[in-house]
Write a protein that binds this ligand. Structure first.
Ligand SMILES: Cc1cc2nc3c(=O)[nH]c(=O)nc-3n(C[C@H](O)[C@H](O)[C@H](O)COP(=O)(O)OP(=O)(O)OC[C@H]3O[C@@H](n4cnc5c(N)ncnc54)[C@H](O)[C@@H]3O)c2cc1C
Length: 380
């Protein structure tokens, strides 16, 4: 598969390349190496919004650019090629806005989506709890209806931008009923206590939060979509986001490959470039082959999404394979770079190694993707 299956992708790649030169490379290392407590890069986030990246695939009516998912996936791949943590800033905004756009009322869309798309407000997708990760339905956060508002108590963990979010797309149960609901919650209230989680291994430009909710209030009108459909909304949102995670993996794997090719031509051992050694050539051949397969799976899923077809299976396959490919490619890149790969002062490989690892964990672990794939292939 060519890198650009659609001519419109070329334009996206060029735009991101320009943005990366001006806005990513000057801050990339500083954001990765920032001492604790880490600060969310608000200025850069705003620039990502203003560049039209967050809203790329959102309708123009709601402040987006109305582009295809294939173009959006190209954007994420390309951003993550330059800096995966910065690419994640954009991907998280899209993840959190997706439920509003797809399941919200016209009024909710008009109120929130344009500000999410422009980067004016920071939304977060607030599903995971200490005892509800892979088992996401095991929600302990409870909202109790009190007149025309819900009063919410509970705890959430590992929430991207949860430490700084203005708006939470929150999943919880209501009044002890088993079904999960989705609601929009303004985080600017005393019962919302969020902290930035420390010592994150990679993807450090984007921060991750833990949240305690004590009598947090939201109007009953902030329920998103239909009562009791929250779990379905979460899963549909994750289907879409998984294609984005796959694109993160493709971007990281491509960077690992490009760095390895360049380095192997330059590095001399035993009087010749290491690229002449068959051991190195085989590693590069395996990286290039897996990358190609990961890219094919990723763009196939995005094309199905654009065509309005079901794409849960393709999203799970793409996410699983691209995450494992990123892991494989970065590991081989480190081997090719030897000591210069392991020490971050000399190359980007050490950062890529840290950044890629979470792709097999968030938005459904690799084991969960295998469950989804097997469920589709074998039947439940
Ligand atoms: C950096 C980061 C950012 C994140 N961002 C968000 C976010 O923005 N919003 C949000 O809601 N969540 C977010 N998450 C949470 C993430 O989605 C969960 O961490 C993930 O779903 C796994 O849940 P867990 O960590 O509780 O692991 P567990 O579910 O406890 O899993 C532990 C291990 O058991 C395995 N396992 C569990 N169940 C099964 C099973 N049935 N079959 C086989 N194996 C199984 C898992 O695959 C894993 O290997 C984020 C996590 C991280 C690390």
């Amino acid at each position: 598969m060519s890198k650009n299956i659609d001519p419109r992708q070329e334009a996206v790649r060029e735009t991101v390349k320009d943005f990366a030169e001006k806005e990513i490379y000057p801050v990339s290392r500083e954001l990765d190496q920032m001492p604790e407590p880490r600060k969310f890069p608000r200025e850069l986030y705003r620039k990502i919004g203003q560049a039209g990246f967050i809203g790329l695939a959102m309708p123009e009516k709601y402040g987006g650019q109305g582009k295809s998912h294939v173009e959006y996936i190209t954007l994420i791949e390309e951003l993550c090629y330059h800096d995966a943590g910065i690419g994640l800033l954009c991907a998280v905004a899209e993840l959190a806005t997706y439920p509003i756009l797809n399941f919200g009322s016209d009024e909710q869309k008009e109120k929130y989506v344009p500000d999410c798309a422009s980067g004016k407000i920071i939304p977060a997708f607030v599903l995971t709890e200490p005892e509800a990760g892979s088992d996401a339905a095991n929600q302990k956060t409870i909202a109790v209806e009190n007149g025309n508002e819900y009063v919410i108590n509970g705890e959430k963990i590992f929430i991207m931008h949860g430490d700084v979010a203005d708006l939470a797309v929150l999943f919880c149960k209501i009044d002890g009923k088993p079904k999960i609901n989705t609601m929009l919650v303004d985080t600017n209230q005393p019962g919302w206590k969020a902290r930035t989680l420390k010592n994150k291994m990679g993807m450090r430009a984007a921060t991750t939060g833990g949240i305690h909710l004590t009598d947090v209030k939201t109007p009953t009108g902030n329920l998103l979509g239909e009562f009791g459909k929250g779990f379905r909304y979460a899963m549909q949102t994750l289907d879409s986001a998984r294609v984005g995670v796959a694109a993160q993996g493709v971007g990281i794997a491509q960077r690992a490959l490009d760095e390895s090719v360049a380095y192997s031509k330059k590095r001399q051992a035993f009087g010749a470039p290491i690229a002449k050694l068959q051991a190195i050539q085989w590693m590069i051949a395996d990286m290039a082959t897996r990358l190609e397969a990961a890219r094919c799976l990723t763009y196939k899923a995005a094309m199905k999404q654009d065509n309005g077809e079901r794409f849960s299976l393709e999203a799970a396959m793409a996410k699983l394979y691209a995450a494992e490919t990123a892991n494989f490619c970065v590991d081989r890149a480190m081997q090719i770079h030897g000591g210069y790969g392991f020490i971050g002062e000399f190359s980007i490989i050490e950062k890529l190694y840290r950044d890629q690892r979470v792709l097999e964990i968030y938005e459904g672990t690799s084991e969960v993707q295998r469950l989804v794939i097997a469920g589709n292939v074998i039947g439940r």
